[in-house]
Design a protein around this ligand. Structure first.
Ligand code: NAD
Length: 376
């Protein structure tokens, strides 16, 4: 099996998820290649011991990303750093000739995203993809297949969202994702938005106009040292969009919320159509629901437990459940397959899709500021 030598830049929450996925590559079947994590970089070297203990093939560690990018034994990099650093590090990786798997939102704002896109355009030989794992749930794949089958009739509306609730706690200390200077002016949209937009954009549901409602509910948080500091990011966003398709317009609502009481990593998508409807929610991670309607016939939802049936074949029996870390593994399987020259069943989010999400978030900021509908 071909090996692809990876460097990880940013060894925090998501860096560890990739390392863990790479460490259980034997879970997958029929892969043309496997990732080897040859090098790691983080500004905080206290994170290194976990990697050293977990990755026997790790050959290099550094606190300076330029040293990692200069290494010839690194073919591709995964960069998972705070949003304010995306442009500098993604651009440097491309200039160093590394394939790039970058975390969303792919730049702290639209100008930063455009700079990344310009660097990508200069390196068509490199494969660049954006992280987004939820489409790899079997239920989401079924949702996508239902829409692509063309059997839903005229689409009435789409409702998609990604919800968290831990920020409802005013005692939760501040972190970089709650500071606009590091997370970006998009706030929760930059953090959660690409997850919500990936499937709609892949299905061609590109917002034409948006009316946005953004809320900053908790305006200051403990600094962890006994004081309080400003918390200046949007906590919740509700984007009410027009989508134009097949000669008609339908509404699409996209919610990104850090304060959705009771919700923990709840990702959902619903579509309603005149001949068919479909829905999936990670609250019921193995279940896909749909309705088909014939004029005059019954309107009844059907529900199927899908088991472990993701796009890339694996050792897990089809009767078992699928979860978040499985989706991460499947996303990486799709990227590594592409690097090996194969065509994955569902390719990872593209830089063009990330750019389309920026167009929407930028329009949403303007919409909220003017309290008006804005063309995307
Ligand atoms: N796909 C997902 O489900 C998902 C989930 C969470 C976060 N993310 C994204 O992943 C990225 C990272 O988020 P995270 O949650 O892993 O954050 P994190 O804070 O846990 O990790 C970021 C790491 O970057 C390091 N870092 C900061 N400056 C650096 C520099 N100059 N050089 C090298 N390392 C540096 C930090 O020390 C930290 O360890 C963000 O873009 C975020 O939006 C994606």
């Amino acid at each position: 099996m071909q090996t692809i030598r990876f460097g990880i830049i940013g060894c925090g929450l998501m860096g560890r998820e990739f390392a863990s996925a790479a460490a259980r590559w034997c879970h997958l079947l029929d892969m043309p290649a496997r990732p080897v994590i040859a090098a790691i970089c983080d500004a905080n070297d206290a994170l290194f011991p976990w990697y050293e203990q977990s990755l026997p093939e790790l050959a290099f560690k550094t606190t300076d990303y330029k040293e990692l990018l200069a290494r010839e034994d690194v073919d591709a990099v995964y960069i998972a750093v705070p949003h304010v650093l995306h442009t500098e590090l993604y651009t440097a990786a491309l200039e160093a000739g590394k394939h790039l798997f970058g975390e969303k939102p792919f730049g702290i704002d639209r100008a930063a995203n455009e700079a990344i896109s310009a660097a990508i355009a200069k390196h068509p030989e490199l494969i660049v993809r954006c992280s987004s794992e939820f489409p790899y749930f079997p239920g989401v794949q079924r949702f996508i297949a239902a829409v692509r089958s063309g059997s839903l009739g005229r689409i009435l509306e789409v409702d998609a969202g990604f919800l968290h609730s831990s920020d409802i706690n005013p005692d939760k200390p501040i972190n970089w994702k709650r500071k606009a200077s590091i997370n970006g002016e998009y706030g929760c949209m930059g953090d959660l938005g690409m997850h919500v937009l990936h499937v709609p954009l892949r299905l061609g549901w590109k917002p034409a106009r948006v009316f946005a409602q953004l809320s900053n509910v908790v305006t200051e948080r403990p600094d962890g040292k006994g004081g309080m500091v400003p918390c200046d990011t949007w906590d919740n966003a509700a984007l009410h969009c027009d989508v134009e398709q097949d000669g008609y317009t339908f509404p699409m609502t996209c919610k990104m919320q850090r304060i959705a009481p009771g919700e923990t990593d709840t990702w959902y998508i619903n579509v309603l159509g005149t001949r068919g409807s479909a829905r999936f929610n990670t609250k019921r991670p193995k279940t896909f629901e749909w309705m088909t309607y014939e004029p005059g016939g019954p309107q009844a939802w059907l529900s199927e437990d899908l088991g472990y049936t993701p796009p890339a074949a694996s050792i897990t029996g089809g009767i078992f459940e699928f979860g978040f870390t499985d989706a991460i593994l499947q996303m990486w399987a799709a990227y590594v397959a592409e690097l090996a020259g194969a065509a994955p069943a569902f390719p990872c989010a593209t830089p063009e899709e990330a750019a389309a999400s920026h167009a929407l978030f930028t329009a949403a900021l303007e919409s909220h500021a003017k309290h008006a509908v804005v063309t995307v």
